[in-house]
Write a protein of this length. Structure first.
Length: 192
């Protein structure tokens, strides 16, 4: 789900066919990678997992008692091949869920952490690729990324000495588009 297409970025930059699609696509993908974690989604971080020969268990730092239910189908990624994929929840505790696993190498493993955390995705009700404000924010970020690649020191100048700094990719990258995406921000992404 690309929020900004290569054609849109090519037009916005006015570069015609000067650059390969793959080069522009990498910028579009980077803009998605920057923006999408901040957009509201029905996801949870998996902090650990365990399994028996045919049952997997994923653990969460927060209570999931009112977020997930037995019989619900979820998608797990970043948790290892036995746990990854579409899973139907067969059991739920306050901080864990169980589901069937398949494969040839399902040796019993005790609970252990996942670093970096795995991701559980449940039904989502917001498709960012259909929201014009989110698409525009993605295009603006893609343009900033492109311009930083072409002229990395064009972001700002220090007060003393007039030396350029790589300001464009700093902590204000999202701040410049926050007005567009404010109604769609995930409050969990704003902690810290």
């Amino acid at each position: 789900m690309a929020l900004t297409t290569v054609a849109e970025l090519r037009t916005a930059l006015g570069v015609g066919t000067l650059y390969a699609d793959a080069t522009l696509q990498s910028v579009c993908d980077a803009a998605d990678n920057v923006l999408l974690p901040f957009i509201w989604s029905n996801t949870l971080s998996i902090i650990g997992h365990s399994n028996t020969a045919n049952t997997g268990t994923s653990y969460f730092a927060e209570s999931i008692a009112e977020q997930l239910y037995v019989g619900q189908t979820v998608v797990i990624t970043g948790a290892g091949s036995k746990h990854n994929g579409s899973k139907t929840i067969t059991g739920r505790d306050t901080h864990s869920i169980t589901y069937a696993i398949t494969g040839n190498n399902n040796a019993v493993t005790p609970r252990h952490p996942i670093n970096p955390y795995g991701l559980l995705s449940a039904d989502t009700y917001l498709d960012p690729s259909t929201v014009p404000a989110i698409q525009e924010a993605s295009l603006m970020i893609a343009i900033d990324i492109w311009q930083s690649r072409q002229a990395p020191s064009s972001g700002g100048v220090t007060i003393d000495g007039y030396q350029p700094s790589p300001y464009r990719m700093g902590n204000t990258l999202l701040a410049r588009v926050r007005g567009l995406i404010a109604p769609y921000l995930d409050p969990r992404s704003m902690v810290g």
